[in-house]
Write a protein that binds this ligand. Structure first.
Ligand SMILES: *Cc1c(COP(=O)(O)O)cnc(C)c1O
Length: 357
């Protein structure tokens, strides 16, 4: 099916719920915008994409996603520029990554038409839900799950693809205290850690909760074989500045290929910094810290763009990092990236996708 010149049929709300939103005090993930996109996969093809009022779905108790976890998602943000135009940041990369996740979880690929046209039409309908305020955005959640009502273990033959959204406020995160995880594992070679598969997040909740009980905001995952190499932190990619160089573990089957990660590395190279994508051992961090060369550490992801790390805990050591205001590379790139996303800086890599009104 080609939707090139078609519009997706829409059933619009009779009255917007936008008055429920306090734009100056947005509560994360609680109030959803008026509409959602829904498309169903049946008989080997995506059928009947439509836009509906945001609302509950009715499911069989045997819905296979609920039992065997064929469920994947994406996360992206839309911003308003100074003219009130809606800007998406690298949406085609989210589209492609959803299909990478789909392949790993034995699910069908969504078509670019349904993903992109659905997204654009939704945003035009729900334009009032994209906060114009600096630092705020509309968080967009595309996801897909298996819908066969059958409890045998096999790939489902039917799936639902949905996109909904919710406004999010500015991320005023304090610098994080993180601890290196000595025993739990998020992801192993040959596993599904590179996919945004629902089960990866469910399995990470207990280790994260235990770390929080010990007083850390988040944990740092290490490799599954030896717990020797750094992987990711929570649901962010991790980067370090050691002796002036920006260093991050390479993407692999165990590390998710973050779009923010790629954007930060690209901007760093543009700005002339040395960038190394290579394994980083825990020992290297400890040594660099001892030598006074561990200058910056931060997580990257759509939620925060850049989340500075204040302290890394390992064994019985606390590696305290320099004050956030003294961190040249992460601050510079964070500012630059936010300007590009909101249309306040040139966009040399064509990352910004303007939604025509
Ligand atoms: C989503 C995610 C990221 C960050 O990806 P972005 O595209 O930058 O938002 C990093 N790690 C994991 C495990 C993730 O799920």
């Amino acid at each position: 099916m080609s939707l090139d010149l078609l519009t997706i049929p829409a059933e619009c709300v009779t009255e917007s719920r936008i008055s429920e939103l306090d734009i100056n005090n947005i509560e994360f993930g609680k109030i959803f915008s008026d509409h959602m996109l829904v498309a169903d996969y049946k008989d080997g093809a995506w059928q009947n994409p439509q836009i509906l009022p945001y609302g509950n779905m009715s499911l069989s108790p045997a819905t296979s996603a609920l039992h065997y976890g064929q469920a994947i998602f994406e996360g992206m943000k839309a911003y308003k520029d100074a003219n009130g135009d809606i800007l998406l940041f690298r949406p085609l990369d989210n589209f492609r990554r959803l299909n990478v996740s789909a392949e790993r979880m034995c699910m069908p690929a969504i078509t670019e038409d349904i993903f992109m046209q659905g997204l654009e039409q939704l945003l035009r309908l729900d334009a009032a839900w994209v906060p114009p305020t600096a630092g705020c955005a509309l968080y967009i959640r595309p996801f897909m799950f298996a819908t066969d009502d059958f409890i045998g273990v096999r790939p489902s033959s039917s799936y639902r693809f949905t996109i909904f959204s919710c406004p999010v406020g500015a991320y005023y995160g304090q610098a994080l205290k993180v601890a290196i995880e000595p025993s739990f594992v998020r992801s192993a070679e040959g596993g599904a850690g590179y996919a945004k598969a629902a089960g990866n997040y469910g399995a990470a909740l207990l280790p994260a909760k235990k770390m929080q009980e010990k007083g850390y905001h988040q944990l740092i995952w290490t490799d599954a074989k030896e717990h020797k190499y750094i992987e990711e932190s929570g649901t962010m990619n991790l980067m370090f500045v050691i002796d002036g160089k920006l260093i991050t573990p390479p993407v692999s089957t165990t590390i998710l290929a973050g779009i923010t990660r790629d954007s930060v590395l690209t901007l760093a190279r543009d700005l002339g910094y040395t960038v190394e994508e290579r394994k980083v051992s825990v020992d290297e961090l400890v040594e660099a810290h001892k030598a006074g060369k561990l200058q910056e550490a931060f997580g990257t992801g759509t939620a925060a763009t850049i989340a500075h790390i204040a302290t890394i805990h390992y064994n019985d050591m606390d590696l305290d990092l320099p004050a956030v205001e003294d961190r040249e590379i992460s601050n510079r790139i964070s500012t630059e990236l936010d300007k590009i996303k909101t249309g306040q800086a040139p966009d040399p890599h064509n990352w910004v996708h303007r939604v025509s009104q």
